[in-house]
Unconditional design. Structure first.
Length: 74
């Protein structure tokens, strides 16, 4: 079963293993602004995604990264 949840401080290590470009400050913005998500398969984290708001109201998917062995689920 695939599910997503908002990224939290507890997801920090996994987040940085998937995204080497986000700064510590950027990560905190994603956590506290609820702009980032962790993707799970059977409660195992398999990916991340985050978005920005265009014109302060339109979500725009900025980044998605999924562990390669989970990219094609049957």
């Amino acid at each position: 079963m695939i599910s997503i949840k908002y990224v939290t401080e507890g997801d920090k290590e996994f987040w940085f293993s998937m995204d080497g470009h986000t700064s510590e400050r950027g990560f905190n913005i994603k956590v506290f602004g609820k702009l980032g998500y962790v993707i799970f398969a059977n409660k195992t984290p398999i990916g991340i995604l985050h978005y920005n708001l265009l014109w302060d109201n339109m979500p725009f998917l900025k980044f998605i990264n999924i562990i390669s062995e989970y990219k094609k689920l049957d």
